[in-house]
Design a protein around this ligand. Sequence first.
Ligand SMILES: [Zn+2]
Length: 203
Amino acid sequence: MAYKDPEEARSWKRRWRQSHKEQEQLQQRRYREAHKEQRQAYQQQYYAEWIATHRREHSESATVYYQEHKDERLAYAKGHYHEHRREKLAYQSAYSASHKKEARVYRKAHLDEIVVRNRNRYSLLHATGTRIARSQWEAIKRAYGGRCAYCHGTAKRLTMDHFIPLSRGGIHTVSNIVPACGHCNSSKGNRIPSFTPPLRLLL
Ligand SMILES: [Zn+2]
């Protein structure tokens, strides 16, 4: 159907599109569904390439940000955590009490992974053959004034944190142990902190 008048042709196209909108959407949806895996693979590849080219930039700017805002972040973490500690603990214990069944199901479904993770951790812990004596651990805690090395908060229970995580090549020795509150220990994950804790300089 050829229109000589371009305005008329445009209005015809508009009308056609409107009447075929649903059909078009259906087609697009079908296309997306049929090509789901290719699309995902493409997205993953794109993401991996982006990470590879921007990694250095990204980690540098993150480190700069981290250092520039260190005091604020520490103050925030300290204040926020200690203000909400009781609530958080209550929430966590209520959650785990009401989700026992889910936790069991999860453990059962991920048994292999959990075993491997624990075994890796165990072998890393014992690879150097060193052990931290209770007296050494008490001395480390005293050196930090009984406070968490990260948020400087006083926690009733301080945990041994591997400053350089075992999974990142850290070893289980006195010089790699700092006291951390449960919150900082678990939120630190396998990151290597960007500051040097004072005790490490003394040992
Ligand atoms: Zn802490």
